[in-house]
Design a protein around this ligand. Structure first.
Ligand code: C2O
Ligand code: CU
Length: 574
């Protein structure tokens, strides 16, 4: 008896002590709604969360659980939100991908996202249904190290920016344009935004440029007034950067300041110093910089377009050295960044990103290797993007439910091919540019190691090959190699298995390939796709399924549509 009560007492004490520092459940209540807003000096309509654009920043500690009650107040369309970079270990139904992990949340309905943020890092969230990212449905998600833990670098203060791009044409109309025959391309964004702010008709740096843009006349309280990063002199700052652009690849620089890259996509990297950094859609970084410049001035932070001939002026924010007034514009011109088509400099930057010693290391050999050929194609005269000649179309029943409950005819039973037919010339437009629609999935053996080689190619037009940043849900992957031209099996011998960066987004350069390796150890169904929203909309993605039979606890609301909806009704559980 005595022993029993003693150990009970110890048990209770342990619970009380550990809950003092233990992870929290953070409750959030969100309403998603259209709102008039001026991200630049023209008024438009954005998808806002709780009346905010960009949406509220989520801040949590590693190990916390987010309990987020979301109500869809977009009267005429569904919505879902994806937590980009959060692996959703054990909660694949909370990944927020319409038709993959859940049904779109109907107008007027609510859904609870409940998941753990298991690792510190810089992340963001965004809509993952139609083109709602382009409509402004995004925000930052920052996870601090657990209580009592320390980062592997030091800093005195922290700043955070979310980059995006903005069109004056609404996202619904953009969708229609892209889906028309012939396709009407959406064109370059009108404005680049830093934390939701940009200028279109005027320039903050007009007096430095030979362009015709008029100087901005701002009071500072406009919705489109530049974002101000306030700093004290002689300190080290951590700047968190994430890009949720729909299209633009960016280059970021801080005038007169060097940056030291320390984190990429929630993982530590071997620190290196850079004058400017490339940020592709889906990327996140932390950089450190020292406020060692003259404190009586302010400085520019700029983001410029890479990889596409820019028709969009740079985005500018102000690094404000206190106590100097933020209205005191920088006295030097905005920093220069590499030319948009200076691919050697972009490649050099990507190749510099390596993991910090002590980071997770990749298994030495893969069980399976997929080679995914990225091509721009036609289907009955509609322009599409295809992977191994299949353009992804999502089914009406979310895969997670149809696979878990063995529902037949919910999607194409045939798996897409592991590679493109041999002899495809990636340097030239395809002789037969036609492809087909498909909704098949790659079923990965649970716990197996998978290599994916993303193979770029010439687009429909001669001498055009674009940048595509690919993002994987539910996992991080090791970026084990980059190469030019066509990938050959022998290239695998040169993979970097020593210190490849561990991340969730990797870019393929024009006419090149990029190889990633990951372990299929997270039961669920996961999207892997180009993070350029119009490209995904035109079919540029694939779906992986692994260990789905092990998935437990899918909430009924997540799958109450399509064939799983019917199943729930039959079972009387709805
Ligand atoms: Cu941030 Cu599937 O995307
Ligand atoms: Cu793309």
């Amino acid at each position: 008896m005595g022993v029993f009560f003693d150990s009970l007492l110890v048990f209770i004490l342990v619970i009380i002590l550990s809950s003092a520092t233990a992870a929290k459940v953070r409750h959030l209540k969100w309403e998603v709604e259209y709102m008039h807003w001026s991200p630049d000096d023209q008024e438009g309509v954005v998808i806002a969360i709780n009346g905010q654009f960009p949406g509220p920043t989520i801040r949590a500690r590693a190990g916390d659980t987010l309990h987020l009650h979301l109500t869809n107040k977009l009267h005429t369309e569904g919505v879902v939100i994806h937590w980009h970079g959060i692996r959703q270990i054990g909660t694949p139904w909370a990944d927020g991908t319409a038709s993959i992990s859940q049904c779109a949340i109907n107008p007027g309905e609510a859904f609870v996202y409940r998941f753990k943020v298991d690792r510190a890092g810089t992340y963001f969230y965004h809509g993952h249904y139609g083109m709602q990212r382009s409509a402004g449905l995004y925000g930052s998600l920052i996870v601090d190290v657990g209580e009592g833990e320390k980062e592997k670098f030091e800093y005195d203060g922290e700043l955070s920016i979310l980059l995006s791009d903005w069109w004056h044409k609404g996202s619904r109309e953009q969708e229609v344009d892209l889906s028309s025959k012939p396709m009407r391309w959406i064109g370059e964004p009108q404005t680049l935004l830093i934390n939701g702010r940009g200028q279109f008709n005027c320039s903050l740096a007009a007096h430095f440029s030979n362009s015709t843009a008029a100087p901005c006349k701002l009071r500072g309280n406009e919705q489109y007034a530049p974002y101000i990063l306030k700093v004290h002199p002689n300190k080290t700052y951590r700047l968190r950067i994430a890009s949720s652009t729909a299209l633009a690849s960016l280059n970021l620089a801080i005038g007169n300041h060097k940056m030291r890259v320390v984190e990429a996509d929630g993982n530590y990297v071997k620190p290196f110093t850079a004058d400017n950094i490339d940020v592709y859609s889906g990327d996140s970084y932390s950089v450190l910089f020292r406020t060692d410049q003259s404190p009586s001035h302010n400085y520019w932070l700029s983001a410029t377009v890479r990889g596409r001939e820019p028709h969009t002026p740079p985005a500018l924010a102000i690094l404000n050295y206190l106590p100097t007034s933020p209205s005191h514009l920088p006295t030097s011109p905005p920093p220069t960044s590499p030319r948009w088509d200076d691919y050697p400099s972009s490649k050099a930057f990507s190749h510099q990103i390596l993991s910090l010693p002590g980071s997770p290391a990749p298994p030495k050999t893969p069980h399976r290797r997929l080679i995914l050929l990225n091509t721009q194609t036609y289907i009955n005269g509609y322009t599409k993007w295809s992977i191994n000649n299949i353009s992804l179309t999502l089914p009406t029943t979310p895969y997670l439910g149809s696979i878990k409950y063995n529902i037949t005819n919910a999607f194409d039973a045939k798996s897409p091919p592991d590679r493109a037919p041999p002899g495809y010339n990636v340097m030239r437009p395809a002789p037969n540019p036609n492809s087909t629609y498909g909704s098949g999935v790659y079923v990965l053996e649970f716990n197996s190691t998978v290599d994916v080689v993303l193979q770029n190619a010439n687009a429909l037009k001669d001498n055009v090959s674009e940048i595509h940043p690919w993002h994987l849900h539910g996992h991080d992957f090791w970026v084990v190699g980059y190469g030019e031209g066509e990938f050959k099996e022998g290239d695998a011998a040169g993979f970097n298995l020593r210190d490849p960066p561990y991340r969730n987004t990797a870019v393929i350069f024009p006419y090149g390939w990029t190889a990633v390796r990951f372990v299929a150890d997270n039961p669920g169904v996961w999207a892997f796709h180009c993070h350029i929203e119009p490209h995904l909309h035109l079919g540029m993605g694939v779906v992986f399924a692994e260990g789905v039979e092990r998935v437990r606890g899918i909430p009924n609301e997540a799958i109450a549509c399509g064939l799983t909806g019917k199943m729930l009704m039959r079972n009387g559980t709805r």
